[in-house]
Ligand binder design. Structure first.
Ligand code: AMP
Ligand code: GLY
Length: 416
């Protein structure tokens, strides 16, 4: 089976690493890929935005399956476009991708389908938003830009002043462009968070082991929100909570997309808060999590490729998943200045063969004169598998200690 992955980050490097091990793989390709991914896959000079170019490449290279990593191409309809040409795609339709691309769409979908989530109001204009905020009885409230904002469009507002500032930033100053033309105001929830991903062919679903992401920049969950500074898999979740996720979230999601005729063959990611009143969905993503994937892939013993192909082909029913023993911990090494203004172009040393059970996934690197240098905010994700969290942490941090670049920063408490 010839496979094309779309994307270029740490998530796609981890997917490529996993798919590369499949005995049923023919050739592996990646658009646009990266220098690190090019060690595993052919990376042709085709742009991720060039849907015609991708389609032409699929036909020329006899691609049997396209696996889409990021949300942007899905929201732009890449899956619909390729499917219409008879190419099998792991990744939902444009309508399915609205579950991530529009918070309003996601919240209303959850409402219609009785999926537990925080109470909310959609604010269509700054005038209406201010009125609603002034009548809010309790703080904090959560204000979210409706559209895609690279994980930065969420503010926990502790008082009226902060809520009004969020409305001004999102709706009037448009710091996220059109993504802020509407906002959603949400009830503030408390509890433990986890990310649960399920592979689906639109009929049935297969849950991947739960993961926990660390979104804040600094130890002890301090500092600004980031794309994610590390992840652990499997995250320990009580069985009663998992059962609630299966019945109240995953089952109802499947019923919802069927009832509403939303084509969805790919992975649904539920960002969850386990509150005293049960699990609540904070957000849906329509793709693999990043950096969760870097912790989940090494935790899977099963071959992933037949499962992805079964999702794309509508034959997932009855398939299972075997896991490796132990726990995976993935720690992100970020550049100085991340998340606001990351420094780039710093040489990276120590990337020689890592120890057994340790994987170095590249998120933001390029190769210059045969040596890797930094090229993004999140630079590497170092994943280790251990007997337990303590063992995996020890291995991951030992591996990180050997890797160096100017200004490298990482959290010391991933997994704790
Ligand atoms: P999101 O991008 O929607 O997952 O939000 C980013 C982070 O904001 C989440 O991981 C939570 O920590 C926090 N958050 C989002 N929505 C809420 C909410 N309704 N109540 C409390 N915290 C929230
Ligand atoms: N780690 C959060 C995300 O992938 O959106």
């Amino acid at each position: 089976m010839n496979v094309l992955i779309i994307g270029s980050g740490g998530r796609e490097h981890a997917l490529a690493w996993k798919i590369k091990q499949s005995p049923i793989l023919g050739r592996l390709h990646c658009i646009p890929g990266s220098a690190a991914i090019a060690e595993l896959a052919a990376c042709p000079p085709v742009k991720q935005e060039d849907h015609d170019g991708i389609c032409g490449y699929c036909l020329a290279e006899k691609i049997d399956l396209v696996v889409v990593g990021p949300e942007a191409p899905l929201a732009k309809g890449l899956s619909d476009f390729l499917s219409a040409k008879g190419i099998k795609v792991f990744g939902p339709s444009r309508r399915g991708a609205m579950l991530e691309a529009s918070k309003q769409f996601a919240k209303e979908f959850m409402d219609r389908n009785d999926i537990p989530t925080a109470g909310f109001t959609v604010l269509y204009s700054p005038v209406f938003a201010r009125e609603k905020i002034r009548s809010a009885k309790e703080y904090p409230v959560v204000i979210k830009a409706d559209g895609l904002a690279a994980g930065k469009g969420v503010r926990i507002c502790r008082n009226e002043e902060e809520a009004l500032a969020a409305v001004e930033d999102f709706m009037e100053r448009r710091i996220f462009g059109a993504a802020g033309s509407k906002v959603v105001m949400e009830e503030f929830l408390t509890g433990r968070e986890a990310s649960i991903m399920a592979l689906t062919d639109g009929e049935s679903a297969l849950l991947l082991p739960a993961a926990r992401d660390h979104k804040r920049l600094l130890d002890g969950d301090a500092g600004p929100n980031t794309g994610g500074m590390g992840a652990v898999c499997p995250a320990e979740i009580p069985e009663a909570d998992m059962e609630a996720v299966r019945t109240l979230v995953v089952r109802r999601f499947l019923d919802g997309i069927k009832r509403e005729r939303i084509p969805f063959r790919g992975v649904i990611y539920a960002g969850l808060m386990f509150t005293p009143r049960g699990p609540r969905v904070l957000e849906f993503n329509v793709r693999f999590g990043d950096p969760e994937t870097q912790a989940v892939m090494p935790a899977l013993r099963s071959d992933l490729l037949p499962l992805l192909a079964a999702c794309a082909g509508g034959s997932l029913e009855g398939r299972g998943l075997e896991l490796e023993d132990g726990v995976c911990v993935s720690v992100v090494a970020a550049a100085a200045g991340y998340p606001d203004a990351p420094e780039k172009g710093r040489g990276i040393t120590g990337l020689y063969a890592p120890a057994e059970g340790v994987h170095v996934f590249h998120a933001g690197t390029v190769k210059k004169d045969d040596a890797y240098e930094t090229a993004g905010g999140r630079v590497l994700a170092v994943t280790a598998r251990g007997r337990d969290v303590a063992d995996a942490r020890q291995k991951a941090y030992a591996a990180l200690a050997g890797i160096k670049f100017d200004g490298m920063q990482y959290r010391k408490d991933i997994g704790l």
